[in-house]
Design a binder for this molecule. Structure first.
Ligand code: G3D
Ligand code: MG
Length: 591
């Protein structure tokens, strides 16, 4: 086949010392050593690229060390067909100057294809520019972003090939024709193969996520978020990041567009390692088919499976009839306001279905969660020195609280256990009161956590506790007791015949050969928050729930791959069949 030949002039610009000359030399010195020559104050070297039916020669122009006379600059930029703006990942100033270089380039050349390169990727510990900030700038300039190392040659060829492709107008997706989404058996098989081939990728990704720590408290998800962002970028997803508070990063990735939207959601934060580790909690150990480390189950294993699913879907070049959205969120472990609640409340995400990362051994599907009410009780008496006679006053708030809590611990909510959610339980979590051993305390308080199933209502629970409060006030003369609800979330349960559950169930069976059990959860999770925001949701993912928050937390690699397959298939099932379903919003979720 005769190849068409092209020659394009490319200008390589950026601050001094960022590695422009090194990048060009790496590309050209082995091939065209004689080609590199100074030309009228600017240097250029040639780099030939074979793009199947096209042979492209890039003339790479580098301003070199020449003084920057204005006339020289315009000569330098004239007729350039593409631009490469380079900055140094270890040098913030060079990053801040990108826009200046961009403006200089576009003022002469207009809008030509541009790529942005963050060079010196090998200097990991000296890195100053976070990947997501660079990606943001690239998006703003309409440029493609690459990180390279002229030293190790990492991504150097790829990034310059991308310039050639951009100029020729070859979009990456167009290389392979998009296949309309019809989930044939062959396609399902191909999807499985892609995921099976990704075992090393999965282990390395999970390892990176574990190393990034992202402990909550204190709460710093940005470290893990950057890794997710980088992966989403490589996968080719559209990305967004949101921080309600500095460092408390949420990342969103999207493939496809329009409705319906299937959301995959997992949290980025992990709890403190605590004692009892025989393996390093933040350096993943791979042993006997497991990855051991803090967060391996809760929830970085799920996050890995979701990224794997997205990557496989993208690799098949399917024309998605809708959107698959990944939300990697902050602030789950403290049931806080900076993660999924913030994204939903602010309208950053909308979805028709959600699969939330949960530890269900890639087999069970969690469809129900108990409700919860958190109470605060405060007893107020009168302060007096401890030796004061009863007549001189003093009403002991601590004693009143003890009496009250005694009654509350005896309280029986006379309701049957729920098949999935179990019983109603009550826990007195904290207690505080008094300021000195020789002083009658005038204030004492406690917090109480009630978990309940749908057999009893929030009002009934509140009125039972209120009764006990009134009784105690009667018995301890002079005490005043307040009872406040500080958090309340109702029980939630998905209908078992919901399309989302049916699709998941079928795929669990196809991939594992086992029947999926529909289970309930004692704790409340992001799943509940999705449901309360009108998004049908279940939790599902690799790992055993007994591993959560424990020392030597470990997740099965096999289960990660299984979860990735089940999630990928379910996403495609939902997207390809949702339009035939009755509008899902109308399918009632029991709350
Ligand atoms: P410039 O052409 O943009 O001015 P150069 O930059 O290519 O001259 O490189 C400036 C310095 O950065 C050189 O070091 C070069 O070796 C180094 N450098 C370039 N690219 C990389 C890289 O990817 N990784 C690392 N670690 N160093 C790089 P010296 O010491 O010769 O000044
Ligand atoms: Mg140079």
């Amino acid at each position: 086949m005769a190849q068409e030949e092209y020659v394009f002039k490319i200008v390589v610009i950026g601050d001094g010392g960022v590695g422009k000359t090194s990048l060009i030399l790496v590309l050209t010195e082995n091939r065209f050593p004689t080609d590199y020559r100074p030309t009228l104050g600017a240097d250029f070297a040639s780099y030939k690229i074979d793009l199947d039916d096209k042979l492209v020669t890039l003339q790479l122009w580098d301003l070199g060390g020449q003084p920057s006379f204005a006339h020289l600059r315009s000569f330098f930029y004239t007729e350039a067909k593409g631009g490469v703006i380079v900055f140094d990942l270890t040098n913030m100033k060079s990053f801040e100057n990108i826009e200046k270089w961009y403006n200089e380039l576009t003022s002469t050349c207009g809008k030509i294809p541009i790529i942005l390169i963050g060079n010196k990727h090998d200097l990991i510990s000296e890195r100053r520019v976070p990947r997501y900030e660079a990606e943001q700038v690239a998006r703003k300039l309409g440029a493609l972003y690459f990180e390279t190392s002229a030293k190790t040659r990492y991504m150097v060829d790829e990034s310059f090939k991308a310039v050639a492709r951009l100029i020729l107008g070859i979009r990456e997706e167009e290389k392979v024709k998009m296949v309309p989404l019809r989930l044939t058996p062959e396609l399902r098989k191909r999807l499985m193969e892609v995921i099976d081939e990704s075992e090393d990728y999965a282990v390395n990704l999970l390892r990176d996520l574990i190393s990034a720590q992202s402990l909550n408290p204190p709460g710093y998800e940005r470290s893990s978020a950057e890794i997710v962002l980088g992966e989403l970028y490589r996968i080719g997803a559209q990305t967004e990041i949101y921080e309600k508070k500095e460092g408390r990063t949420n990342v969103i990735g999207r493939l496809g567009e329009g409705e319906p939207t299937v959301m995959l959601s997992a949290h980025l934060d992990v709890v403190a390692p605590g004692d009892g580790w025989i393996y390093p909690p933040f350096r993943a150990t791979v042993k006997d088919g497991y990855v051991i480390g803090r967060g391996s189950v809760d929830a970085k294993g799920s996050l890995t499976a979701m990224l794997l699913a997205l990557r496989a879907i993208k690799k098949l070049n399917l024309q998605l009839d809708g959107t698959v959205l990944l939300a990697a969120t902050a602030d789950e472990e403290a049931a806080g306001e900076l993660g999924i609640k913030f994204l939903l409340r602010e309208g950053k995400i909308k979805a028709d279905y959600a699969i939330v990362g949960g530890s269900t051994r890639s087999r069970d599907i969690c469809i129900a969660e108990r409700g919860l009410i958190w109470f605060k009780v405060i007893c107020r008496g009168y302060s007096a020195p401890a030796h004061a006679s009863p007549l001189q006053g003093g009403v002991n708030a601590v004693q009143a609280l003890i009496k009250l809590l005694g009654k509350i611990s005896e309280v029986k909510f006379d309701v049957p256990p729920h098949p999935l959610m179990g019983e109603v339980t009550l826990n007195i979590g904290t207690i505080q009161g008094g300021i000195g051993v020789n002083i009658v305390p005038d204030k004492a308080e406690a917090t109480i956590d009630v978990r309940y199933n749908p057999a009893i209502s929030e009002e009934e629970i509140i009125s039972r506790l209120t009764e006990i409060v009134r009784e105690t006030e009667e018995e301890v003369k002079g005490v005043e007791i307040s009872l406040d609800v500080i958090l309340s979330e109702p029980p939630t349960e998905m209908p078992q015949n919901h399309f989302l559950i049916q699709a998941l169930k079928k795929n669990v069976n196809e991939i594992t050969g086992e029947e999926a059990r529909l289970i309930g959860e004692m704790e409340a999770s992001s799943t509940k928050i999705c449901i309360l925001n009108g998004i049908p949701a279940v939790s599902f993912g690799p790992g055993e729930r007994e591993q959560k928050h424990k020392p030597n937390e470990k997740v099965s690699i096999k289960e990660i791959l299984e979860a990735a397959k089940i999630i990928a298939l379910t996403v495609l099932d939902l997207l390809s069949q949702a339009k035939q379903q009755p509008r899902i919003q109308n399918q009632k979720i029991r709350v």
